[in-house]
Design a binder for this molecule. Sequence first.
Ligand SMILES: Nc1nc2c(c(=O)[nH]1)N[C@H]1C(S)=C(S)[C@@H](COP(=O)(O)O)O[C@H]1N2
Ligand SMILES: [Mo]
Length: 202
Amino acid sequence: MPVTRGFVRRRPEGPEGRLPPGQYDTGSGWPVLTAEATPRVVPEAWKITVDGLVERPTTWTWDEVHQLPRSTYRGDIHCVTTWSKFGVAFAGVSVDVLLEAAAPRSDAAFVMAHSSTGYTTNLPLSDVTGGKAWVVWDYDGKPLAREHGGPVRLLVPHLYFWKSAKWISRLELMSHDQPGFWERNGYHDRGDPWLEQRYQGD
Ligand SMILES: Nc1nc2c(c(=O)[nH]1)N[C@H]1C(S)=C(S)[C@@H](COP(=O)(O)O)O[C@H]1N2
Ligand SMILES: [Mo]
């Protein structure tokens, strides 16, 4: 059957097509959402460790992560509190690079991201591999602000933003899923904004 031009369904090209269900465009603003007190982490004292079910538990300092291949994300972010922000630009290193060095064991299937503050969030390994997650220290060409997780945060932009742990200090590889801070407090285990996985049971 011939398809009539003009009746072909496609995602709108304007910002509407970029907005997951139930979200609004926050425009130029960038709300701060922090459960704990904002820590003062100096770059010289910051470190990140990848451990748990890996062959080579590895720790990088600030200088050491800067020697890794730089990688950028330009795109959108979506918070479960219903704001989305379009066209943000972060730079840092792909989580793939860190995992390649640490060599996850074959039984590793989940990751717990830990902040130095004690905040945690859990992710399937498949959500932080394949170019989908970054450890970032640069926002719009400038050092990431402290209230937004500076000096270094996790960035997992295809999931709701609570998965992007600020003040990231550790990625712990696990064989079984364990809930992190918000996941223990009613948030969805995975948090896909396009499936509107906000709360447990969604
Ligand atoms: N350590 C830590 N990371 C965190 C949070 C937090 O409270 N503590 N909040 C999460 C939530 S709910 C969101 S929406 C984003 C907010 O990041 P922003 O403050 O940079 O917008 O960080 C996520 N990462
Ligand atoms: Mo959030």
